[in-house]
Design a protein around this ligand. Structure first.
Ligand code: EPU
Length: 421
């Protein structure tokens, strides 16, 4: 088990590059199950969720190589359509294999993901979409058992906008007979990239980037090669690192249009940005952040995956802010831990009321999920004294060696193997 030891209060400076996006790679990878070919995904991050997905795909018979961020997946010899509990329990994104397996093989047995660290995360929308496309779904002994003849096009409306269910439905519909119309579809950048990869495979898709997506199914899909986008949440986390330490850094980050809502909030809090081509200069030197309310929402709104980091930042702002999570109402496990660092935050329903304090002070804290861990690291970077962040395996699921990036910017952060849990 590893922990981070952070001696806070160091100013950051220099340039750092944003890694490939975890969440887009996690949907592109199972999409390779659709085609039975040799696929390449460049700019794949070296994070544990990617290794978990590789293991799951290997279990299904996909052959893989992963070197220098290039992931090669050969789905020509699928030997199993069963996604076992041991993989799915580690990562909910495993449910992405459901649509491709049903569409290509007419059968899938996928473990139900169960609860998650911040409460229920149902998959009813995924299952409803598969049913609409013609799959027969049974739930037995903790598993989803899906059977179908050839899937057929359908009208699918999601009551709640869901990245995962939109992705699953798009993948399945690409091999269905006829036309599928998905309404209230997700517009997240990860879905745009999935659509691009499906088009490279030969799928016929329109409306991507709006809430209505139309897909004309085809009989076979070809292999594809794609360059993954960079991680918008890692970009936001690094910007927060600069803001919370009152520093000036440069980010090498291509898709700045994917973080506009965050940039606006940071600007309103007093951070200034200069954008030149793929470089984003973040300037928070001598900043006393102005408190800013935030409500998370679907893209292009402020992402729930940046809520914990924003709370850490606002804990040192001038005044009180209210941070509401409209996507995941219980995603606040970082709050008591930030309070251990001296923050003054109270959770009321799905909002955190953050009263800015003058300083945070180092303490031992532990994380319970990926973004909560990130917020504690940010708190530790700003705190006076030493912060130890335990259970950073959560962080390793989604951030590629974040401590090395932060250290390269001048942070005093070290990874230590410990028996503490
Ligand atoms: N929802 C349902 N039923 C469903 C599916 C979703 O009610 O069948 C609800 C959820 O409970 C939630 C809302 O719909 O309230 C949106 O969830 P969504 O399905 O969009 O989330 P997801 O696809 O499971 C992805 C990211 C999450 C990110 C959310 C929201 C991946 C692998 N995961 O999850 O990322 O928080 O979208 O943007 O893409 C993270 O990276 O830390 C992370 C948790």
């Amino acid at each position: 088990m590893d922990k981070f030891v952070i001696h806070g209060g160091k100013k950051l400076s220099g340039r750092v590059s944003v890694s490939g996006a975890k969440n887009s790679a996690l949907v592109l990878m199972p999409a390779t199950l659709l085609n039975g070919g040799l696929n390449e995904i460049e700019n794949t991050p070296e994070v544990n969720d990617i290794y978990t997905m590789i293991k799951l795909l290997n279990q299904l018979g996909v052959e893989s190589t992963f070197k220098n961020h290039k992931l090669v997946l050969d789905s020509s010899k699928i030997t199993s359509q069963i996604a076992p509990y041991e993989h799915v329990k580690k990562m909910r994104a495993s449910v992405y294999v459901l649509g491709p397996l049903i569409a290509r093989f007419g059968f899938a047995k996928v473990s139900m993901p169960g609860g998650c660290a911040w409460g229920p995360r149902p998959i009813n929308l995924h299952l409803e979409a598969m049913k609409k496309l013609g799959a027969e779904i049974k739930l037995e002994e903790g598993y989803i058992i899906a059977n179908s003849k050839k899937l057929h096009g359908a009208k699918i409306h999601f009551d709640v906008s869901s990245v995962g269910a939109t992705g699953n439905a798009m993948m399945a519909a690409s091999l269905a007979k006829g036309t599928t119309l998905i309404t209230n579809a997700s517009m997240e950048p990860e879905i745009l990239l999935l659509a691009e990869s499906l088009k490279l495979m030969g799928a016929i898709i329109s409306g991507v980037g709006t809430t209505t997506i139309e897909i004309e199914g085809v009989d076979n899909l070809e292999h594809f090669k794609i360059n993954n986008i960079s991680d918008r949440i890692e970009a936001g986390t690094l910007i927060t690192a600069a803001a919370i330490t009152k520093s000036k850094i440069e980010l090498e980050y291509r898709e700045q249009s994917n973080i506009q809502s965050e940039l606006i909030k940071f600007e309103q809090s007093g951070v200034s940005f200069v954008s030149k081509n793929n470089l984003l200069e973040v300037n928070a030197v001598n900043l006393i952040p102005k408190s800013q309310d935030v409500t998370t929402s679907v893209f292009p709104g402020f992402p729930t995956d940046m809520q914990a980091q924003w709370i850490a930042y606002m804990s040192l702002a001038d005044g009180t802010s209210t941070v509401t999570d409209s996507i995941y109402h219980d995603r606040f496990s970082h709050v008591p831990e930030l309070n251990r660092l001296g923050a003054n935050i109270e959770v009321i329903n799905n909002s955190a009321v953050v009263k800015g304090v003058k300083e945070l002070r180092g303490a031992k804290v532990m994380s319970t999920d990926l973004r909560a861990s990130a917020s504690l690291v940010l708190g530790g970077l700003a705190a006076v004294g030493t912060t130890e962040v335990l259970r950073i395996y959560h962080l390793d699921r989604g951030y590629q060696r974040i401590e090395e990036k932060l250290r390269s910017l001048g942070a005093d952060i070290e990874r230590i193997t410990t028996s503490e849990y």
